[in-house]
Design a protein around this ligand. Structure first.
Ligand SMILES: *Cc1c(COP(=O)(O)O)cnc(C)c1O
Length: 372
């Protein structure tokens, strides 16, 4: 994939903000609790390796990713902290997990049995580290009954080539005002804990929302994702428990500025027509960059002024209405601060009728990430 280094559009990532978000969270956590930074999907679009390094600087002691390749990327970048893959990895890749010392999630008894078979064919130096996933109501992956969890643990204990390193669950409504479903999941996990004789090194139930709004949950590690990036997991529903620092800005520049007379069309389909003499600016970002077509009508900031996106957003460019003549090369802020005004990822998400998580990881690889 090509990166547009020679175009003035870029994502600017404030690594100091990531570091501070981690630090602020660690300050609130009970002593002895570890923070694993969740850097899946290229660090929610922010860049996995740079985010991971900033998180370490803030005090993170491990990482979570979604897929094996993301774990390998961190190891290849020299990261030596524990890494857990949160979703299911096919047992045919067990040798890679061992080579890179990566912990894996077991979600079914079948997987454990297949993993045992694979491991028995390998000469290994150290056991495969396994976290047992309990499905308490997310309905995604995991063991669904205390008996099934007990059986899985028994398998891990007899199998010398595997080590029971963790036990975890995931909440589906930790970011909502209504806590009834959360409580139900929480009780189910407590039930599992109550039938176990001992616990592994890591017990973890908290994503960012659980850590923020349900801090008294069991466990000695949290999986801190969206909070790292300075975003409120609940959107507008619940207020942040401490100020979060957004790490991502998106900036570009005006590449052409022109004055049009009334009645001129802008963009494909001619969906916008100038109503008077208007200054129109063009910026080099489009839907191929993740700046999606639904953002027509949204505003960006130029010289502290809100400028509406007019006409359809093209694949590589879009047009904005300027309040006055402006110069080519002038900075355009699509997300972030500009002369005291701010556009947040949340505002973009609201316009797109989605969540900021999705917006952040929709930015394509074509946009270079600059770290400060
Ligand atoms: C993505 C993910 C997280 C992180 O969630 P945030 O809301 O970003 O904090 C934690 N746990 C699991 C299982 C996940 O898939």
């Amino acid at each position: 994939m090509v990166v547009g280094w020679h175009r003035p559009t870029k994502l600017v990532i404030d690594t100091q903000a990531i570091k501070e978000n981690v630090r602020n969270e660690i300050k609130r956590m009970p002593k002895g609790t570890e923070l694993f930074a969740v850097v899946k999907a290229n660090g929610y679009g922010h860049g996995a390796v740079q985010t991971a390094k900033a998180a370490i600087a803030g005090g993170a002691t491990g990482f979570c990713v979604a897929i094996l390749d993301e774990a390998i990327e961190l190891r290849e970048a020299g990261i030596t902290e524990p890494i857990l893959i949160l979703s299911v990895v096919d047992v045919s890749y067990i040798e890679l997990l061992l080579t890179y010392d990566i912990s894996v999630t077991a979600a079914t008894q079948e997987w454990l049995e297949q993993a045992t078979e694979q491991l028995n064919q390998l000469e290994i130096q150290a056991p495969l580290k396994v976290h047992i996933k309990v499905d308490t109501g997310m309905g995604r992956i995991g063991f669904t009954t205390p008996e099934a969890v007990k059986q899985a643990i028994a398998t891990l204990k007899v199998e010398k080539k595997m080590e029971w390193e963790g036990l975890f669950t995931h909440f589906s409504t930790a970011d909502e005002k209504d806590t009834r479903y959360f409580d139900k999941q929480s009780q189910r996990f407590d039930k599992v804990l109550s039938v176990l004789d001992d616990l592994p090194r890591y017990v973890h139930v908290s994503n960012s929302a659980t850590a923020f709004w349900h801090p008294n949950n069991p466990g000695n590690m949290i999986r801190f994702g969206i909070g790292l990036y300075g975003l409120n997991p609940s959107g507008h529903a619940l207020s942040a428990v401490y100020p979060l620092k957004p790490a991502l800005s998106l900036v570009s520049q005006l590449i052409q500025v022109k004055e049009l007379s009334a009645g001129e069309g802008i963009g494909y389909g001619n969906t916008y027509t100038t109503t008077a003499k208007e200054w129109i600016g063009t910026i080099p970002i489009g839907y191929a960059d993740g700046w999606l077509r639904h953002l027509t009508g949204f505003s960006v900031l130029v010289d502290g002024e809100e400028c509406e996106i007019v006409g359809r957003i093209c694949m590589d460019q879009c047009m904005i209405r300027l309040p006055k003549k402006m110069t080519v090369g002038e900075t355009v802020t699509l997300i972030g601060e500009n002369h005291g005004k701010e556009i947040t990822l949340q505002m973009v998400a609201d316009k797109l009728e989605t969540i900021h998580y999705e917006v952040a990881c929709t930015f394509s690889e074509r946009i270079p990430r600059e770290y400060k």
